[in-house]
Design a protein around this ligand. Structure first.
Ligand SMILES: NC(=O)c1ccc[n+]([C@@H]2O[C@H](COP(=O)([O-])OP(=O)(O)OC[C@H]3O[C@@H](n4cnc5c(N)ncnc54)[C@H](OP(=O)(O)O)[C@@H]3O)[C@@H](O)[C@H]2O)c1
Length: 253
C-alpha cells in the first residue's frame, strides 16, 4: 500500500536490466520504496542493481527470472511474485527491443520478435497482473511506451508499431480500470541515452534515464494518465501527427 503521502512502497519491474528501469527504481527507493522485485531474462544481470538498492535502504529486494516472450509462464510468474511479496504498489513495464529497421525488414523472425516482446509480451503479462491488482484494490501499472508509437516513421516503424499497440492497450486498460482502484500511466519518452540507443544519432530533445525516472516519480505522485519526457514532446508529436502524409514522408525522421 502507498504510504500516507502517496509514496510507492513496493515496486515490480518487468525488464529489470533496463537502464530507464534502474534509474526509476533508484529514484523510487530514494523516495522510500522498500520492496523491489527486479524481473529479468537474466536475473544475475539485475543483481548489481539489487545490491545497490539494498545499500540505498530497500529492505526486500529480489531478482527473478522473467521473459516477456515466454507467454505460457506469465500467469505462474505473476502468482508467485504476489504470493511471495504481497501487495505491489507499482509495476513498471520496461522491457523492450528496438532493433535495426533495415535488418528487421530482411528478417521476419527478428521483426516478429520485436512485436512479440514489446506488444504481445506486455499484453500477455498484463492479463494476470490486472487480475491480481484488482483483487488487492490498488496499484499503478506504468507502461514505457514511446513517441515512436505516436506516428509511424519510416526509420523505425517495426518498433513504432509495437509501441503503438502497447500504447493503445495501456490507454484502453486504464479507462477500463476506472473505479477499480488500479491505475495505468503511459510514459512516452523521446530519445533516451541508454544502451538501447547507444551508437545512434541523437534526436532533438534527447534526454537521459534519470530525467525519465524523475518524470515517472512525479507522474506517480500526481496520478497522471500520460507522461511525455521531456514534456515539450507532447506539442512536437501533436504537430507531427497532423502533418499531411506527403509532407511527413519527406521528413528525414
Ligand atoms: N532508450 C530510448 O530512447 C527509449 C525511448 C522511448 C521508450 N523506451 C522504452 O523504454 C523501455 C526501457 O528501455 P531502455 O532505454 O531502458 O533500454 P534498455 O536498457 O535496453 O532496456 C531494455 C530491456 O528490455 C529487456 N528485454 C528485452 N527483451 C526482453 C524479454 N523478452 N523479456 C524480458 N526482458 C526483455 C532487456 O533485457 P536483457 O538484459 O535481457 O537484454 C533490456 O534490459 C523500453 O520499453 C523502451 O522501448 C526507450
Amino acid at each position: 500500500m502507498r504510504d500516507a503521502v502517496g509514496t510507492v512502497q513496493s515496486l515490480l519491474v518487468l525488464g529489470g536490466t533496463s537502464e530507464i528501469a534502474a534509474a526509476t527504481a533508484r529514484r523510487l527507493v530514494a523516495d522510500r520504496a522498500r520492496r523491489v522485485v527486479l524481473a529479468a531474462r537474466d536475473p544475475a544481470g539485475a543483481e548489481p542493481l539489487a545490491g545497490e538498492l539494498r545499500s540505498a535502504g530497500a529492505t526486500d529486494v529480489e531478482a527473478v527470472r522473467f521473459d516477456a516472450t515466454d507467454f505460457d509462464s506469465h500467469r505462474a510468474f505473476v502468482e508467485e511474485v504476489f504470493d511471495r511479496h504481497g501487495d505491489i504498489d507499482c509495476v513498471l513495464v520496461a522491457f523492450g527491443l528496438l532493433g535495426d529497421q533495415d535488418e528487421l525488414m530482411r528478417d521476419e523472425a527478428a521483426a516478429v520478435g520485436v512485436v512479440q516482446s514489446n506488444y504481445a509480451g506486455a499484453v500477455s503479462v498484463s492479463v494476470p497482473l490486472v487480475e491480481r491488482l484488482r483483487v488487492q484494490g490498488h496499484g499503478t501499472i506504468v507502461y514505457l511506451s514511446s513517441v515512436a508509437g505516436e506516428r509511424a516513421r519510416k526509420s523505425n516503424f517495426v518498433y513504432g508499431s509495437s509501441k503503438a499497440g502497447l500504447d493503445a492497450f495501456a490507454q484502453g486498460l486504464g479507462d477500463a480500470l476506472q473505479g477499480s482502484g488500479v491505475q495505468v500511466m503511459v510514459v512516452r519518452p523521446g530519445f533516451v541515452r541508454t544502451k538501447m540507443t547507444a551508437g545512434l544519432e541523437e534526436a532533438p530533445l534527447a534526454t537521459d534515464a534519470d530525467a525519465v525516472a524523475e518524470a515517472i516519480a512525479t507522474g506517480l505522485r500526481r496520478s497522471a494518465d500520460t507522461v511525455w519526457v521531456p514534456a515539450p514532446l507532447r506539442i512536437v508529436m501533436s504537430a507531427l501527427r497532423h502533418l499531411p502524409r506527403p509532407v511527413f514522408r519527406r521528413l528525414d525522421i
